[in-house]
Design a protein around this ligand. Structure first.
Ligand SMILES: [Zn+2]
Length: 447
């Protein structure tokens, strides 16, 4: 099985099993966080374990002792002597479904409509598990390179692999790492995501009074803390929505662009609301800064009394271009917060942390094989994109294995609505991902 046509046929034959396996996984609400049944997550672990075994992985077992309390599933297949080792990654836990009435069909009952399979986790990231198992199945359990697989059980609420990996380096050591938890920019357009932004978060508290007092008696000359905080927040952007914080300069973006209509739809943006910022969507998302208020402590409107608010807090998140230091950006943000605080109000920063972005090294044999496999599978040139979000695991892997080539791809296109209602995966896209991975392992072995 060496011609792309033969590989195509072998992959196509795996699809009925692949789709059945995906449905089986989607039926399990494996939400790995407090308030959801633990037994369901463990059931997803067992099913994943069985599917890995059935696909031809060996030494399949559950890794216990992860900080999150849910097992990761490990498996491997020894490659021919002298061949590289490829580590495949996916996760079996999912986001909660959110409000059921926003779904067109029940979130945990997989349904096919117009070539897409709907259900929570159908894309993120149960499609990743299926891509990996079907790849190995298409190769009849005999890949031309060494394979390791790790399917994590608590990715969505803080990946506990991040602390586990540094303590178990032998288990994860590989020449190539495939993070199968991503997707093409649009269905059918082969895409390699080569950069991820960094992130910094802090809480800022503004205080003007030792205690609340009556705003009728004291309001006017005495400043309230919430208005002081709002004035600080209002300095983050200029009127066009460009970030206006001294020292935070966006990086340059040279890769692909995002189609605006598709992006607006994916973002759930209301029809008349503007996109903000002067540079292109892709430049802002993948090479620019973004700053958002993600939480606010202030009195609730219900039961609000006539009082001057003595203290208010905001949780602020800053996204950082992949090639810039997150620690440095965090320091600049703190400096900014202090310098724009009005009226000599007291300002205190707490709970701050920063993590750098990621830049893949794309000049090695694995990236060459990946580009070749994508061309053979899609008959199109590959687009290079970034991701505005971070994948903390990617940082841990690149720190621990600086020589490894890390490839980020999968079947989660922009229309997949991961984390939202009506999540879905395009089944033909999933087949192309499996085809790409199968071709990739062969091309890698030939290099
Ligand atoms: Zn995911």
């Amino acid at each position: 099985m060496t011609t792309p046509q033969e590989v195509r046929q072998a992959v196509h034959q795996t699809m009925p099993t692949a789709i059945e396996n995906l449905k089986q996984l989607v039926r399990i609400p494996s939400i790995a966080t407090q308030g959801y049944p633990r037994e369901q997550v463990l059931e997803a672990a067992r099913i994943t374990e069985r599917q890995l075994q059935a696909a031809g992985f060996q030494q399949v077992h559950q890794l216990e002792g992860l900080a999150g309390g849910y097992p990761a599933i490990y498996g491997e297949i020894e490659g021919p002597p002298g061949t590289p080792t490829v580590l495949l990654y996916a996760h079996y836990d999912v986001q909660p479904s959110g409000r059921a009435q926003e779904w067109d069909s029940p979130p945990f009952e997989p349904v096919e409509r117009d070539g897409r399979l709907y259900g929570r986790g159908a894309a993120d990231d149960k499609s990743g598990i299926i891509a990996h198992t079907a790849t190995i199945q298409a190769l009849q359990g005999k890949p031309p390179v060494g394979i390791k697989i790790i399917v994590e059980g608590d990715e969505e609420f803080g990946s506990s692999l991040s602390t586990y990996i540094p303590q178990h380096l032998d288990l994860f050591k590989a020449d190539v790492i495939i993070v199968g938890d991503h997707g093409n920019i649009t269905v059918g357009q082969p895409t390699l995501t080569t950069t991820l932004r960094g992130s910094a978060t802090l809480t800022v508290e503004v205080r003007t009074l030792t205690d609340q007092v009556h705003n009728g008696v004291f309001g006017g000359p005495v400043p309230d803390a919430l208005i002081a905080l709002c004035q600080i927040i209002a300095t983050f952007h200029d009127t066009n929505g460009n970030i206006h914080i001294s020292g935070l300069e966006p990086s340059k973006w040279q890769g692909a662009d995002i189609p605006e209509e598709e992006f607006r739809r994916a973002a759930n943006l209301l029809p008349d609301v503007d996109l903000i910022g002067d540079s292109s969507i892709s430049a802002q998302l993948w090479a620019g800064y973004a700053i958002n208020v993600i939480g606010l402590d202030a009195p609730a409107t219900e039961g609000a009394s006539n009082s001057l608010i003595d203290a208010a807090r905001a949780r602020i998140n800053l996204r950082i271009p992949p090639d810039q230091s997150a620690e440095y950006a965090l320091a600049l943000l703190i400096q900014h917060l202090k310098s724009v605080t009005p009226w000599h109000a007291q300002v205190a920063i707490s709970e701050s942390h920063a993590s750098n972005g990621f830049i893949a090294k794309t000049d090695g044999p694995a990236y060459a094989a990946a580009r070749q496999a994508l061309r053979e599978a899609y008959h199109k040139d590959t687009h290079i994109t970034g991701d505005g979000a971070s994948i903390p695991l990617t940082n841990v892997l690149s720190e621990q294995f600086p020589q490894a080539e890390i490839i980020i791809w999968g079947a989660e296109d922009l229309a997949a609505r991961i984390h939202g209602p009506n999540e879905s995966v395009d089944l033909e896209e999933l087949e192309r991902v499996i085809l790409t991975q199968t071709l990739f392992l062969q091309r890698l072995a030939q290099r």
